[in-house]
Design a protein around this ligand. Structure first.
Ligand SMILES: [Fe+2]
Ligand SMILES: [Fe+2]
Length: 208
């Protein structure tokens, strides 16, 4: 079973319990917040144009939306990113940090001036594809829940980010097709580790 299928199989367990559901939402809010922060920090101010700012603001908006949903479902305790108000908080953070570092390492030989941009493109490309898959499956799992419609604008924006980054890679990296599999493998591996940690946290306690 792929990590994506494994995560989708956990969704009904999460959704039927308000506390778990709020922790889930807060975890993805946290990942969006990390994305927002990383985009802003990834570029020097003299190359940080409207496209970067807009992307960062939209990720900040996703963090805010998912946080609001978490508070609505679980209450005020979810207004902060405390480890106990998330699911597999350490693993969630490690997924993003390791992806960023792994992509950065693969461009170790590229001059500093170009490196920030190409690393941004690859990290974004991998994250947006994963986000679309996870949020798409989460929306399906929500079914007729009123929460489902709240994800529509977020999903539209993630599609926009993916299109933009695909155009950036097509224009800026002639080696994208040959490089892609190694980057996809890196992300797949890190996502599997994250999902395994989530599954472990959600595993019912063994009967005494
Ligand atoms: Fe996002
Ligand atoms: Fe995005």
């Amino acid at each position: 079973m792929s990590a994506s299928d494994r995560l989708a199989a956990l969704m009904p367990i999460v959704i039927k319990d308000d506390q778990l559901h709020a922790r889930w939402l807060n975890t993805f809010s946290y990942l969006e917040y990390v994305g927002f922060r990383k985009i802003i920090k990834s570029q020097r101010a003299d190359v940080l144009n409207r496209a970067f700012l807009n992307h960062a603001l939209e990720e900040g908006g996703h963090a805010f939306l998912l946080k609001n949903m978490a508070v609505k479902v679980g209450g005020k305790d979810f207004d902060f990113y405390t480890p106990e108000s998330m699911l597999a908080a350490k693993a969630a953070s490690a997924y993003f940090q390791n992806l960023d570092h792994g992509c950065d390492e693969k461009f170790a030989g590229v001059p500093e001036s170009e490196r920030a941009k190409i690393v941004y493109l690859y990290v974004t490309w991998l994250i947006e594809r994963r986000a679309l898959d996870v949020y798409g499956r989460y929306k399906e799992a929500l079914g007729a829940s009123p929460l489902s419609a709240q994800l529509d604008a977020l999903l539209d924006e993630e599609v926009g980010h993916l299109r933009q980054v695909e155009a950036g890679l097509a224009a800026g990296d002639p080696e994208h097709a040959t490089r892609a599999p190694a980057f996809e493998a890196l992300e797949k591996n890190l996502f599997e580790t994250f999902v395994a940690a989530l599954a472990q946290e959600l595993a019912p306690p063994p009967h005494a």
